[in-house]
Every structure is written in structure tokens, then in C-alpha cells.
Design a protein. Structure first.
Length: 318
């Protein structure tokens, strides 16, 4: 089996690694260009993995306009193109290069949550389950015929926990699916467009906790954005990242009011919302590491009646 692999972030690495360990012929990988931060180049996770595995890597500005790379793919005549969170729209010309199919590892149960942020949106919207779909790629956004699925309950899992689970299970499913296609042929089911939904890219602003909402909604926000961009609020004008919180029953006089602080190893800061309260167990101050509530309180004086706010107080900055 010969595969040209296209992917960029951490989510794609287990799939690339699984193919390599299975002895699949991977002549080269295609990924996004290095990011630049503070004049430092930061390669994608796939580029780092491929380099460690001794696989050649290409980083086109726009893959659909890179004639040299397109011709190189055609010359290799792969059985499959495998795409996992690559980050660019792929043209029909490229999708038709493989002898068998171009397949995509998508982190949702299609047709739900097409697009850039399927895991975060599933958690944020309170979906009961999510998973991975292996699909035959088409020109539309995540609209191709579905080949196989992995399903899991969302429950109280954070997006970070789901990323790890779905990346790992998606890699297993990918390898099983490709082997099954080689043995039994490609069997795929069209998506029901009436059931389709779109998972838009996450903005930093969406991490802002709104204590005027219910605690259930805001606990989902904390879990949804545990990976990026992070959920946050303000305490005395200082931006505080809320890393882990759960919804509990409680009543408060004002949204954002600290109702109580539980002591011991399971320390929680209970903050009122319009309905219920957030029991916050892990936080992060600007410039500091994540820490449990007990350690956080060693450096921050906090008592019942203090107020967390959704926006900084006048004169402070985010």
C-alpha cells in the first residue's frame, strides 16, 4: 500500500505514526508551512513526526497552485491520499490522483460538525456523543461519502481529553479501513445534507466566561476550550484562565460572586452564575503555570463575597 499523507497538527500524528508502523509506503508528507512566533520558526507536529521517521516533507503555500508538487504526487501514483486536519482546501484534480481514493480522518460523526473545530463545538453544544468518521473526500467541506466510524460518549470529557482519544482511535480506524478497502473494495454511504452542521473555527473571545449564563453552559465552555483558546474571567482586573470547573447547585446574590471555598485536597472555588454555580478546581494566572485551587489561593487572597467578572475592571487590560 502506498500513501501520500497530508496533515498538520497533533491530531494527525497518530495516524501518520500508525501507517508508518504498519509498513505502509509513505513516499512523502505534505503539511502547512512553519508558523513564526517572536522570529522563531515553529514546525507543524506532522513535520516533526515525519522528520523523525525519515519521511520527506513538503510545505506548499497553496497546495492547489503548486504544480511541481501536484506532478510529484501524480508520478508517485499512490493508492490513497490520507488527509488528517491538513488545513487547506484540496482541489478535485488532487483528489483524483490516487488509484483508489482520497480519504479523510474527521473528528466528528458526520454529517454533524463539519469544519475546523468539531471537537470543541460538540463539547460546547452539549452533544451526548462524538467520534471519528473516515470518509471519501469530495470537493465540498467535509461532505464526502462516509466509510467507517468510531463513536464515544462526551460526558464530562474536556476537548483536550477528546482530542487525545479521537486522534488515537482515529488512527486505528484509518488503518483498519484502508486494509478493508484493499481487501473488500470501497463501500461508502452518502451524507444526509439535512442533518449537516458546521463547526466554525474557535475565536479567543469565545473563551470569555459569562456568569450571567447558567453554570451548565459555562462548565461546557471550560471543557470545550480546555485546549485552545482557554476559558477565562477576571479577578480584581487580573485575567484568570479557568482550566477545570463543574456545574453545581447553588444560589448567589450576584453573578460571579464567590460563594464558598472548600478546603483540602479537593479544594474548589464556588462562583455563582445566573443559574447554579461553577466549582472551579484548577486555574492559571497570567505568566504562571496551571495549578489547583489550593495552590492558587496561596498567592491570591480570596474570600466569599469577592467577585469574578467577565470583563476587566476599568483601567485594566486583558
Amino acid at each position: 500500500m502506498k500513501v501520500v499523507f497530508l496533515g498538520s497538527p497533533d491530531f494527525a500524528v497518530p495516524s501518520l505514526d500508525a501507517l508508518h508502523k504498519a509498513g505502509v509506503d509513505i513516499p512523502f508528507c505534505i503539511t502547512q508551512k512553519d508558523a513564526v512566533s517572536r522570529n522563531k520558526r515553529i514546525p507543524t507536529a506532522v513535520k516533526r513526526c515525519a522528520s523523525d521517521l525519515g519521511i520527506e516533507v513538503y510545505e506548499p503555500d497553496i497546495i492547489n497552485k503548486d504544480r511541481g508538487l501536484i506532478e510529484k504526487m501524480k508520478a508517485e501514483s499512490p493508492d490513497f491520499l490520507v488527509v488528517a486536519a491538513f488545513g487547506q482546501i484540496i482541489s478535485k484534480e488532487i483528489l483524483e490522483i490516487p488509484k483508489i481514493a482520497a480519504v479523510n480522518v474527521h473528528a466528528s460523526l458526520l454529517p454533524k460538525y463539519r469544519g475546523a473545530a468539531p471537537i470543541q463545538r460538540a463539547v460546547l453544544e452539549g452533544a451526548e456523543e462524538t467520534g471519528v468518521t473516515i470518509m471519501k473526500m469530495a470537493e465540498g467541506l467535509d461532505s464526502g461519502d462516509m466509510i467507517s466510524f468510531y463513536t464515544t460518549k462526551v460526558g464530562e470529557k474536556t476537548s483536550s481529553e477528546l482530542f487525545e482519544e479521537l486522534a488515537k482511535e482515529g488512527a486505528k480506524l484509518l488503518l483498519e479501513t484502508l486494509c478493508d478497502i484493499l481487501k473488500n473494495g470501497l463501500k461508502a454511504k452518502p451524507q444526509n445534507e439535512a442533518d449537516a452542521s458546521y463547526a466554525a473555527k474557535v475565536s479567543k473571545e469565545e473563551g470569555r466566561i459569562d456568569f450571567n449564563n447558567s453554570a451548565i453552559v459555562e462548565a461546557r465552555r471550560v471543557r470545550a476550550f480546555s485546549r485552545v483558546p482557554g476559558a477565562f474571567a477576571f479577578l480584581n482586573g487580573d485575567r484568570i484562565k479557568v482550566v477545570r470547573a463543574r456545574a453545581v447547585d447553588a444560589k448567589s446574590n450576584a453573578p460571579g460572586e464567590v460563594l464558598r471555598i472548600t478546603q483540602g485536597d479537593d479544594c474548589e472555588i464556588v462562583v455563582g452564575c445566573a443559574e447554579g454555580a461553577l466549582a472551579i478546581s484548577k486555574l492559571q494566572r497570567s505568566g504562571k503555570k496551571e495549578m489547583g485551587a489550593a495552590d492558587f489561593l496561596k498567592g491570591v487572597h480570596l474570600t466569599p463575597g469577592d467577585i469574578f467578572t467577565s470583563y476587566p475592571i476599568s483601567g485594566s487590560s486583558i
